[in-house]
Write a protein that binds this ligand. Structure first.
Ligand code: SF4
Length: 263
């Protein structure tokens, strides 16, 4: 599943992460508020979490654009992992079905999505051949760590959570995925009692340059605490739902709510 260097990295520095904030320490990681945000609430792109307020409190619905493209990337990447028992012919037909159902704004990326499909198919076949245990979007109970009932990492490779995302065009995009992986690691720890010291982010670049880039994220105490602080900030906002102010900095142009906030 992973490139060789990722396995080597985890093996060489494995056991080096010393963390006190483990998912099974319910006194430390348990909910502090009645409201239980989802992992996408905690890791939403808006620095003041106005997007969460718009979605969860004001019930504003937006779709298309970056949402549609992100969904397409997930569907295409995960399809071979989900349907590995199918024949090659059926897998290719499955890809065609996905492309035919795409939003017209996303269909223009068909060639890049086809490259992504071929890459993902290769990874899925290789992992199966090597007997790597992989679960696709497993439902992991998350209430013990103060989140919604379940979280679903894109993949779980052994105990390592994997998050697939469009390559971010701004720095905070990377931070968001680090927080998401910390949340998944805590949920897996709470569920299994097995320590999870690493997560892997896979960034998909549909433009120029390498199609996939991989980042191994060390889930250390500072990242775990940052996740819990953000979780509590979002839960508090959901319990006291006054409209959040606009953030002081410029909003990213890729924010799906940019038209709603008119910035
Ligand atoms: S447009 Fe700006 S204020 Fe509105 S949700 Fe997005 S980042 Fe937040």
């Amino acid at each position: 599943m992973f490139p060789r260097w990722v396995w080597d990295f985890v093996r060489v520095v494995g056991g080096e992460v010393v963390a006190e904030v483990r998912g099974w320490r319910f006194d430390v990681v348990g909910a502090r508020f009645f409201a239980r945000p989802s992992i996408s609430d905690v890791t939403s792109p808006c620095s003041v979490k106005r997007d969460v307020w718009l979605r969860r409190v004001a019930r504003v619905r937006v779709d298309g654009g970056v949402f549609a493209l992100g969904r397409a990337v997930h569907e295409v990447f995960l399809y071979p992992f989900r349907h590995l028992q199918d024949s090659l012919w059926d897998l290719v037909r499955g890809f065609d079905r996905i492309v035919n159902s795409l939003d017209p704004s996303v269909k223009r990326c068909k060639d890049s999505l086809h490259k992504l499909f071929r890459k993902s198919l290769g990874l899925a076949l290789y992992s199966s051949e090597e007997g790597v245990p992989i679960s696709v979007e497993p439902m992991i109970p998350a209430a013990p760590i103060g989140l919604s009932d379940y979280v679903k990492p894109d993949l779980l490779v052994g105990f390592i959570p994997v998050d697939i995302a469009l390559a971010p065009s701004w720095d905070r995009g990377f931070e968001r995925k680090e927080l998401a992986l910390a949340g998944y690691a805590l949920a897996v720890e709470a569920w299994t009692g097995h320590p999870v010291d690493y997560g892997v982010a896979v960034y998909v670049n549909l433009g120029e340059g390498p199609l996939l880039s991989w980042r191994v994220i060390r889930v250390d105490d500072s990242l775990r605490r940052a996740f819990l602080e953000t979780r509590d900030r979002v839960a508090m906002m959901l319990e006291h739902p006054d409209e959040p102010p606009q953030p002081p900095e410029q909003c990213p142009q890729t924010c799906p709510y940019i038209e709603v906030c008119r910035r």
